[in-house]
Ligand binder design. Sequence first.
Ligand SMILES: Cc1ncc(C[n+]2csc(CCOP(=O)(O)OP(=O)(O)O)c2C)c(N)n1
Ligand code: SF4
Ligand SMILES: [Mg+2]
Length: 258
Amino acid sequence: MTHIPTDSAPDIPAAKVASSSAPLQLSEEHHLCPGCGHPVAWRLLLEVISELELERRAIGVVGHGCYTNIVRLADVDFLQCLHGRAPAVATGVKRVQPQAAVFTLQGDGDMASEGLQEVLHAAGRGERITCIMLNNGVFGDTGGQMTAATVVGQRTKTSLDGRDPASHGHPIPVADLVARLPGSVYVARGAVNNAGSIARTKRYLRRAFELQMEGAGFGLVEVLTMCPTGWFVATPEGPDYLEDRFEPTFPVGELKTA
Ligand SMILES: Cc1ncc(C[n+]2csc(CCOP(=O)(O)OP(=O)(O)O)c2C)c(N)n1
Ligand code: SF4
Ligand SMILES: [Mg+2]
């Protein structure tokens, strides 16, 4: 922790948040765009793994996307699999390593578009894994195309005039679908666009991992993250855009608790 002296409160220590590494973080260079929300979500994940003392038991499974950069800077074991198939691969990992803390880290393109059946079937089976979807409403890594989670009216590379239900269909609320399945025990949707949401999202992630380690069923935490590049908005406008455009379609909060 850095001590920053001030005239008014010379003895109050303050953390220089922007430059302090999370536990298990090997590098501060993430190579993502300025204003990208994914690194904030990564940090929460690493803090929770560390605080629950799961460092040596955590096994992550990622698909493909900007979010997969976490594997290069986190001191956690990861597997990478075919786009969208992480819940199926994580199922196998958990069944052969039942004491492990097994989680998937996926994007909305990965989970909602490419691999929707995988997450629904894993939840339906009640697999004792934790799935995490970082939802920015675009296939960020490939240039910002529309996904199944793109909200109505949202501009993307493949919906330049905004998503129109008449031609593009409606967004699919993955968390709501999973919450309906008897095999899921915990479902929550958080966001990383302001301090309050970040704190709540960390509690959701922590609860999901706690339940997994208690042997409960399937857990899903969706995290709304900023993608100013894919949204065609200025970097500082990302957090407000998330709140104004995404949260009406994807309200944050716990959808299902054990
Ligand atoms: C089977 C398959 N289809 C498509 C791709 C190309 N691809 C790689 S990353 C990516 C975008 C991922 O988007 P998302 O999961 O939302 O993550 P983000 O980049 O937004 O973090 C795509 C389509 C691929 N690697 N494999
Ligand atoms: S394209 Fe979007 S998701 Fe990818 S690094 Fe840039 S801001 Fe982040
Ligand atoms: Mg995405």
